[in-house]
Design a protein around this ligand. Structure first.
Ligand code: BT5
Length: 256
């Protein structure tokens, strides 16, 4: 067990790879942006965490509310896999967050591709960003934003926090330790290329068999989301019976 200093607190972390080095900030622009700046020089597993992000972001630079009371963190990963598998890192994050919430007694569901919902409201967003060529992965950053002791009025209306759900505040460190344990477990499964195990677990917690509307820059369409394929693309059946594959990227999904 290694000891790390987080602000004024010394914590014991029992993971072997994730968090073997932890860089903590009281305030930062974005942990993902910081991670990208240092990723080439850092070893796999270095984790950046901040109390507050001034410019936390989601996909396509969408704003991510990051006041005090949440876990805003990014892990630098350097898996030895073909770059086409990197998208599965989002699924690693989703399954780990759902299991961490379950360990705290909260049942959560995954909305493809990167949202974790409790009672239909978003409690967590996951953002994977990387540097890779056609054949080689330099790094992939797994960013996780999880609302813990965040007040409702500091969040967008469609969001929720553990505090709102449980009615009490939780020690952030306790949640953090559970979360990185789950992340390390599922990252191990990813590294061993046990993708079936990963996707089956994901399916068991995902919102599927539902009517959805897919919105992208090319337009929008409706259909029924049945499943994901082995690359994490969402399989949607359109009203005329065609099966469309929706790839993770700049698309949004709404439940119709
Ligand atoms: C995401 O983007 O859901 C990924 C968010 C990842 C945030 C983490 S925090 C640590 C690391 N550092 C960063 O800068 N980012 C990562 P997306 O699917 O684009 O969703 C963004 C949308 O979520 C916004 O447009 C809002 O509608 C909503 N949103 C913003 N802040 C939220 C919050 N704190 N909780 C729930 N929903 C939020």
């Amino acid at each position: 067990m290694s000891k790390v200093c987080l602000g004024e607190m010394m914590i014991g972390v029992s993971t072997k790879i994730l968090g073997r080095k932890i860089i903590y900030f009281q305030e930062i622009d974005s942990t993902n942006e910081y991670a990208k700046r240092i990723a080439m020089e850092e070893e796999e597993g270095t984790l950046i965490i901040a109390d507050v992000q001034r410019k936390g972001h989601g996909r396509r630079s969408r704003e991510w509310a990051s006041p005090r009371g949440g876990i805003w963190m990014s892990v630098i990963l350097k898996p030895d896999v073909h770059p086409r598998h990197l998208i599965k890192i989002v699924f690693v994050g989703a399954v780990a967050v759902v299991e961490a919430l379950e360990a705290l007694g909260v049942e959560a569901r995954i909305k493809w591709p990167n949202d974790i919902l409790v009672n239909g409201k978003k409690i967590c967003g996951i953002l994977a960003e990387g540097k890779y060529s056609e054949s080689k992965v330099d790094y992939i950053i797994l960013g996780v934003g999880l609302n813990i002791n965040v007040d409702k009025d500091a969040l967008p209306p469609e969001a929720t926090s553990l505090k709102e759900i449980l009615g009490v505040e939780l020690p952030l460190m306790d949640v953090f330790k559970v979360l990185i344990g789950k992340l390390e477990h599922w990252y191990g499964i990813f590294k061993r290329q046990e993708y079936d195990i990963l996707f089956n677990r994901w399916r068991s917690r995902a919102i599927l068999n539902r009517k959805v509307r897919i919105l992208s820059e090319e337009g929008e369409f409706e259909g029924i989301a049945w499943d994901v394929d082995e690359d994490g693309a969402l399989i949607v059946e359109t009203p005329d019976g065609k099966m469309e594959k929706v790839i993770y990227g700049d698309v949004s999904l709404r439940y119709a």
